[in-house]
Design a protein around this ligand. Sequence first.
Ligand code: ISE
Length: 335
Amino acid sequence: MDIRIAVIGAGIMGADHARIIAQELSGAVLQVVCDKSTERAQAIAEAFGAEVCDDPLATIARDDVDAVLIASPDQTHAALTLACIEAKKPVLCEKPLATTIDECFQVIKAEVASGRQWVQLGFMRRFDPAYLEMKAVLDSGSLGNAVMMHNFHRNVEAPANFTGSMAISNSAPHEFDVARFILDGEYSAISAFQPKTCAADGSAAPVFMVLETQAGQLVNIEINNNAAYGYDVRGELVAEQGAVSLNSPVHSRVDTRLQSLQQYAPDWRPRFAEAYRKQNQAWLAFIRSGEISPIASNSWDGLMSTMVAEAGVEALATGTRVSLDLPEKPALYNK
Ligand code: ISE
């Protein structure tokens, strides 16, 4: 039997997930598209033969919905995820799990009380072939222990009024999560800086962070959401006996007039297309088996990235190095 999926949120990511479910996820059907704007939902639903609903809680409760993908605005994530846990419906929630630490704990508490995991979090980079190869090389032991990880995360242009603290709480969680995943450890402290050469209100400025891990490694992250030239994510893991760098999927190069040109993606969707597909396939397997993929991000990972983001925002605002005091992990989340 096909798994009937509802997508809540018909924005840029909701539309992309709806397309993946309808066209690229064998064994799943896009059953409902839900958005406050029925017009937006209608446009997607019509393209893929789904139904439309404008009430997220009613969507979650529907008998013809087996699982729910949440791609609505960030501040709605926790409440909708809690409703899915209550209804015992597996959920793939776009990052972040919640906008506050307190809400992350509420989700964790509900999952622990129900005795099983229901939530996969949309940190899709864990399914990107380049990051997975980086992790496989490190885990093979051939390069010795990890020492540092360098990360660059660039967007063409930030939305209006995008600030440094938003770069930390909205963009950097991808790096917070994937570096934790690759290094297989937790952070102990974070410092954050902005170059002085950019707009006085900090709105256009990149943010540069240095994180320390409990194992003593250093992780640096540049978030530059006004990089102008393209969507560009780079990473290099430095270990004792060598280093591993990410390659972006580029299928061709144009050579002309003494130049060699390679295209950049305009945003993250083409760069991480394979990761999104693999992530959603893993979620489908989770829906069927009840067992979350060991590489997928779960509610605990969501809490960790929200805690680091909150500390990073504080580090930037105060100009200080902020230490992290992490809670104990419930056994439910041991992998
Ligand atoms: C954006 O907020 C996202 O969530 C995307 O996944 C990320 O790649 C992009 O750079 C962010 O700004």
